[in-house]
Design a protein around this ligand. Structure first.
Ligand code: DQA
Length: 145
């Protein structure tokens, strides 16, 4: 059975209460439940983590080679700042798909740059919860190939 790691970055634990005009009322639990349902129906094993700490995310990516076949990550604010997360993604052979709830290109200019996208397999941005669903489907598709 293929193993996929989902990483939620900083402040995504606050979804549902945080900037609801942008992110809506969806919670991280809602997202995780939906992803688990899909994983079950597609016969993949899902591990989900959330961290507000850059180093923890770097470590999870670095260790993923031994444990996972693919990663779906919403690096949240670290998307725009973290050379360390980018280098971790680039260091591992595991395919990584970057997802964002909001369309980062329609927001403030500082969000238009993703340091992760150039080293990821691809990026999905702007579809709310569906971004995660599409991201998961994308990595399952990659692994099926
Ligand atoms: C986000 C977009 C980022 O710019 C922001 O810092 C987040 C969430 C998104 O999912 O839309 O925390 O990654």
């Amino acid at each position: 059975m293929k193993k996929i790691l989902v990483i939620h970055g900083p402040n995504l634990n606050l979804l549902g209460k945080r900037e609801v005009d942008i992110y809506g009322t969806i919670t991280i639990d809602n997202i995780n439940k939906e992803l688990k349902k899909i994983a079950k129906s597609r016969n993949v094993n899902l591990t989900i983590m959330q961290s507000n700490h850059e180093g923890e995310i770097v470590e999870a990516i670095g260790e993923s080679t031994k444990k996972f076949d693919a990663i779906v990550i919403n690096p949240a604010a670290y998307t725009h700042t973290s050379v360390a997360i980018r280098d971790a993604v680039s260091a591992v052979k595991v395919p990584v798909v970057e997802v964002h709830l909001s369309n980062i290109y329609s927001r403030e200019e500082f969000r238009h740059t993703s340091l992760i996208a150039p080293v990821a397999k691809g990026q999905i941005s702007g579809f709310g919860k569906m971004s995660y669903v599409l991201g998961l489907e994308a990595v399952i598709g990659l692994l099926d190939k």
